[in-house]
Design a protein around this ligand. Structure first.
Ligand SMILES: [Zn+2]
Ligand SMILES: [Zn+2]
Length: 142
């Protein structure tokens, strides 16, 4: 985080002082918690720290981070849009719960290898991939 810390500061400076305290609070929570936040969830989280922060400020801040390449927007389906910090976005795949919306990350080198093998078989040059498994998390199965 040290490197992007300084560039983040510069980016924020360029954005101007307006709302900067709120925005910093949102950014810090987002980057430190290191989760796949929906706008609403992050809003709930930062409201505990500053009740004056509005949903639209949270949304705009996340869009800003995405534009700067510090966050990724992931659409798991129409209603389940989440943001994740870019620093943890080295490749991983996802398990998506259809009931509560929880998203778990996983990484399995064997799956990655298999995919490469499949691509090779079809002489396909893969640039990226995403693997999402949909179902119910442990809690929602009960
Ligand atoms: Zn993968
Ligand atoms: Zn669930």
């Amino acid at each position: 985080m040290k490197e992007s810390g300084t560039s983040l500061e510069n980016l924020l400076k360029r954005e101007g002082k307006k709302n900067s305290t709120k925005r910093n609070l949102i950014i810090n929570s987002f980057l430190l918690d290191d989760r796949h936040y929906s706008v609403e969830e992050l809003h709930q989280r930062v409201k505990e720290l500053n009740p004056k922060i509005s949903l639209s400020t949270v949304y705009r801040t996340l869009k800003l981070l995405t534009a700067w390449g510090l966050a990724y927007e992931r659409r798991f389906d129409e209603k389940n849009i989440r943001f994740e910090p870019a620093h943890q976005a080295e490749h991983h795949d996802h398990l998506v719960c259809l009931k509560c919306g929880e998203i778990l990350e996983f990484k399995d080198p064997r799956i990655e290898k298999l995919q490469e093998r499949v691509a090779k078989r079809y002489k396909f040059a893969v640039l990226r991939h995403k693997l999402e498994l949909y179902g119910y998390c442990r809690r929602c199965q009960r």
